[in-house]
Write a protein that binds this ligand. Sequence first.
Ligand SMILES: Nc1ncnc2c1ncn2[C@@H]1O[C@H](COP(=O)(O)OP(=O)(O)OP(=O)(O)O)[C@@H](O)[C@H]1O
Ligand SMILES: [Mg+2]
Length: 449
Amino acid sequence: MLEAPPGCGGPELTAKATAAAGAHLHTVSLDLVFKPNRLLDLLEQAVKQTPRPCVIHIDRVEAVAGGESMAPFKSQVAAIFRWFLDAVSEEAGLAAVIGTTSVGAVDSSLTDSALLPRVLSIPPPDGRRRALLFESALGRVPTTEIDHELLASRSPGFSGADILAAVIHASARGIGVGPLTTEDLVEAVGETRPSLGSISLGEIPSYGFEKVANLVDVKQRLTEAVIWPMTRPEGFARLGIDPPKGMLLYGPPGTGKTFVIRALAHEAGAAFFPVKGAEMLDKYVGESERAVRDTFSRARAAAPAILFFDELDALAPVRGSSTNSVTDSVVAALLTELDGIGSRGQIFVIGATNRRDLIDPALLRSGRFEVHLELGLPEVEARRALLDIVDIPFDETVDLDELAARTDGLSFADLTGLLREAALQALRTDAHAMDVGMDELDRALERFR
Ligand SMILES: Nc1ncnc2c1ncn2[C@@H]1O[C@H](COP(=O)(O)OP(=O)(O)OP(=O)(O)O)[C@@H](O)[C@H]1O
Ligand SMILES: [Mg+2]
């Protein structure tokens, strides 16, 4: 069984492998099959009349053996495939490659067959593969120096076929104008629709690390673990190390966990997939795991990407601890997906929680959310640093050092809330207020006591 999204080379790969093995290729088209008899005819023909050695390739098998397709004939179709697989396995010099865009779409009577022991998956092309696809699609097109990485970063959700379409589009327009440039291609990419789903890149936040007060160590670690592997992978290769695959931020509420990761998404310029733990918990059995798998596969298609599981404790509590059996299978799905990520810094997963002890420990081991960073309540210097970068104008009655000293025990979120409250107070007293004074701050502080 060969699983490949449309336009990603399933049939080409089968043809090349067959040729390399010196076998004949017999392709069975299911396009016009509407009745079991017709299917039986085609498969019988393939088994009995082809020269040996031969590879029988059946593509898009879900057209007859999946979902609602040919539903009234379900059991006949299953029986025909049983016969077919038997016949293929008994005959010397005969092999079958059964292609589908998604194994999940194929009836289980076929996928569970002991005679189809292997499933190979061609994932949607990630950034690296898209760069290679552009390189090969442009192989015989006259161009100037091309930045393949840039093209790859502009084409999340593109299949191989889409990339080819974009190149053809660019060259058709460029006829008589001279060699194609990177700009021509970027433009053509923008005018080509990605066929592998509309990949939501999340809203990339508009602020970067400059808006995040203090958290120096956290920012540094995030830069090393997430940004460097994307921008300078050769350094890691040279020193023979793999970048970490995932990170967990933990600490009390309001300490900036969510805030700093959103800033990171901006800094990294990578596709950003934020997921809120509780939102992914669907009451239907199976839906939540599918949502997890979907998120990972969308991230893979858009790589380099950052996957952010906020409030991870809600999504992945210690197995067996919850009355909700859904979370156990979500943890299992997460483990599988995390282990499936390559170690080349293309997808980075980050979790955030204020209860690290509630998270299933298997998720926190090496190769998964392996680096743990604690964010504590801010010290006085950290609070002072926040006061330095906020947009609120203070008047001359305000002593920032003193304010920082007097806000002991407040988190960054509390402190931001305090300032907002004081600013509102200023507006209440005077609708034309231009700045915030110590009086208003004192009043707001009262409320926080
Ligand atoms: N380092 C920081 N610099 C500037 N503002 C910050 C900082 N940390 C937090 N804030 C402010 O506090 C608000 C709340 O922070 P955030 O949502 O990141 O907390 P959290 O750690 O994710 O809390 P929770 O555990 O409740 O999810 C932010 O929206 C931001 O306005
Ligand atoms: Mg948060």
